[in-house]
Design a protein around this ligand. Structure first.
Ligand code: GLC
Length: 539
């Protein structure tokens, strides 16, 4: 049943965090017109789609993930006309547009919640989770917020608690109420009717909860290494996460998408350390989420052993015919090139892996020039998470895009203060400089994207394990009817020799002076070097 590959299988996605990408309005915060002004860059880079984080009306306590109206544009970002222009201008350049869909919660300013809160007998009361206190006055159950503290907020006026998995100003919607489902599906239709090419579904596995709202058990072994989740790891989230009723819901959502022409896609934000449970979101008949994001690489230390486990683990559980996805970073994670992740020396190695694995890659804005986190002190933090639980703030990875060496890196006008500080290294690390430099990570990214498009093995070929490899080296094969590529990555700062990765020639590598060079059966890699080997001599 071989069908034509879908655009989202052969294509690459680029995540735009709109506050930080480009500011056309001159107020220090990025906007939709700013994105329009940079579409030529994205076309030049060669991405197939952009995913834009939320730009809907919002009090911006979680910078747009607290939506107060699902069917409009916040004036900070522009107007609905700007959005339509953006969509048309992107489509003219062959770039699809994916928008964020935030189903789990609304802002407490959303008219639905304002109504729901107004009285216990309001018709929208049941659109959210309202519950009485327990006899001792404590919250209805022990659930905790992903942003620290109890997940329940007391409402003085109506003397009940409401549920919020994130900030108290982000109230969880009750999807078991059919009116909620209807209203939220209508919101999706609104954007599909306008012509968007799909959705990235925010915190996809949280949407359905245990109907009895039972307590979560304590977690006997919190994995503090996954520190970005902080105190949330003190429980096992068996009752507020991954409820089986999520699956029929995503089947319905898929049917909604499929009822539109033009291959609309759903990309789910699906953190799940367990491979099997993560893969369940493809659906038993692959009729749920098209592209479940997988965060296994992000959540793994950047060592050959851990990355091999993550990549082979994902490949191993993919249902037959299912399509993987890969990502190195996003607006919630320390940047890949930062010292606490892989470090700048490994930035090109990571990019080469991202763009040669089998599956849809998503590049986080700035990753293509090797941007690193920009520290922001707790006192100056914009992200409320940093104030609720110091050390977890996400400002560092949201610093303004570094376009050129002019003041404010070309992100906003010179005399304007950007909403977050620009990286101190912007004069050296920026798009304009790297576009001219044949050895830059930007040039490598662009060339990899082009190769991926042109080389059938790279965009569609099978994945096969490669090994054993020497310590610190991760490698895999991509195989197609026309041949075999070996992707060989040295994750260490010392040279390595990799037996059996050749003979052949370098199709592309992080050291561009080796492109095209012949290779022996033993492939020699310098420190922090990666190559794609076009293998010859196969019988
Ligand atoms: C997702 C978003 C994150 C947001 C949270 C709550 O994880 O990526 O930025 O804070 O959901 O909406």
């Amino acid at each position: 049943m071989q069908q034509e590959p879908r655009w989202w299988q052969t294509g690459a996605v680029y995540q735009v965090y709109p506050r930080s990408f480009a500011d056309a309005g001159g107020d220090g915060t990025g906007d939709l017109r700013g994105i329009i002004g940079r579409l030529d860059y994205l076309a030049w880079l060669g991405v197939d789609a952009i995913w834009i984080s939320p730009f809907y009306p919002s009090p911006m306590l979680d910078f747009g993930y607290d939506v107060a109206d699902y069917t409009d544009v916040d004036p900070l970002f522009g107007t609905m006309e700007d959005f339509d222009d953006l969509l048309a201008a992107a489509h003219e350049r062959g770039i699809r547009v994916i928008v964020d869909y935030v189903p789990n919660h609304t802002s407490d300013r959303h008219p639905w919640f304002v109504e729901s809160r107004s009285s216990r007998d309001n018709p929208k009361r049941d659109w959210y989770f309202w519950r009485d206190a327990r006899a001792d006055g404590s919250p209805p159950n022990n659930w905790i917020s992903m942003f620290a503290g109890s997940a329940w907020q007391w409402d003085d006026a109506t003397e009940q608690f409401y549920l919020h998995t994130f900030l108290p100003e982000q109230a969880d919607l009750n999807w078991r109420n059919p009116e909620v489902k209807q209203a939220m599906f209508d919101a999706a239709r609104f954007w599909l009717d306008r012509g968007v090419d799909g959705f990235r579904i925010d915190v996809a596995p949280l949407v359905m909860k245990d109907p009895l709202l039972r307590d979560n058990p304590e977690n006997p072994e919190p994995d503090w290494k996954r520190s970005r989740l902080g105190s949330w790891l003190t429980q096992l989230h068996v009752n507020d996460l991954n409820h089986p009723d999520m699956h029929p819901l995503y089947r319905d959502f898929r049917r909604l998408l499929d009822s539109y022409p033009g291959d609309r896609v759903s990309i789910g934000e699906l953190h799940h350390p367990d491979f099997e449970r993560w893969a369940a979101y493809y659906g038993e008949r692959q009729d749920e989420i098209h592209v479940p994001f997988n965060f296994h690489v992000i959540n793994s230390p950047w060592t050959a052993t851990d990355i091999r486990r993550a990549v082979e683990g994902v490949q191993g559980v993919l249902p037959p015919g299912a399509w993987a996805s890969w990502v190195l970073g996003n607006h919630d994670q320390p940047r890949f090139a930062s010292p606490e992740r892989a470090g700048r020396e490994q930035a090109k190695v990571g990019m080469l892996m991202l763009l040669t694995l089998r599956g849809t890659p998503t590049i986080y804005y700035g990753e293509e020039i090797g941007m690193v986190d920009v520290p922001v002190s707790t006192a100056d933090a914009r992200d409320p998470l940093e104030r609720r639980e110091p050390g977890r703030g996400r400002d560092p990875e949201r610093s303004p895009m570094q376009w050129d060496a002019s003041p404010n890196a070309g992100f906003t006008a010179a005399n304007v203060e950007p909403w977050l500080p620009v990286a101190p290294d912007f004069a050296d690390i920026n798009v304009a400089g790297q576009a001219e430099d044949p050895d830059s990570i930007l040039t490598l990214t662009r060339d990899l994207l082009r190769l991926r498009r042109e080389h059938p093995i790279l965009h569609l070929g099978d994945f096969e394990r490669f090994g054993p490899t020497p310590d610190g080296v991760f490698a895999f094969r991509r195989i197609g009817p026309s041949g075999q590529l070996n992707v060989v990555l040295n994750l260490t700062a010392e040279p390595r020799s990799v037996p059996g990765a050749g003979p052949g020639r370098v199709l592309i590598g992080t050291r561009r002076d080796r492109d095209g060079a012949p290779l022996d059966a033993d492939v020699e890699l310098g420190p922090n070097e990666a190559v794609v080997v076009e293998q010859s001599g196969l019988s």
